[in-house]
Design a protein around this ligand. Structure first.
Ligand SMILES: [Zn+2]
Length: 151
């Protein structure tokens, strides 16, 4: 999960830095002819953007678009209750994980994952997480926030 932050993902950008030849310069997810950078995959990619905007409307918590570590920093500084921060941060982490997985499945297995399936998986994971913690003090303090998400 923290690999993106450490910029250790084997994107084409990194392979080029390592002098490994990269033949196709096309994003596996949006098919655009771009250099596949971490920034592209987490910010600019049309496919990732569709996932992100759908999930944003689900939680209704606008955050400026940025890479994962910047986003997590922004969440930390928000004046939200602790549990809400945890849920929103988990949503971003799950989103990045599933986008990265979709990209790898396309590259290594030739399988396309639809963006709606990513959205569904992220929502499912977050709901399970909320279910697990819903009776804790910190969750009860922002019940109105997560009640809306789980209905
Ligand atoms: Zn793309």
């Amino acid at each position: 999960m923290w690999l993106t932050t450490q910029k250790r993902l084997l994107t084409k950008e990194r392979l080029i830095h390592m002098n490994i030849q990269v033949e196709i310069i096309v994003c596996y997810l949006c098919q655009e002819a771009v250099l596949e950078t971490n920034k592209h995959l987490s910010v600019d990619c049309e496919y990732a953007t569709r996932v992100r905007t759908t999930l944003l409307s689900w939680t209704n918590t606008p955050i400026p678009t940025a890479d994962l570590s910047t986003t997590l920093e922004m969440i930390k500084k928000k004046h939200w209750k602790k549990f809400k921060k945890e849920v929103i941060a988990a949503r971003w982490e799950a989103m990045i994980y599933h986008i990265w997985k979709a990209r790898n499945w396309k590259q290594f297995k030739g399988i396309s994952i639809q963006y709606v399936d990513i959205v569904g998986n992220v929502i499912c994971e977050i709901e399970v997480r909320i279910e697990m913690y819903k009776n804790t003090k910190r969750a009860l303090r922002c019940r109105s926030f997560w009640h809306k998400l789980c209905n």
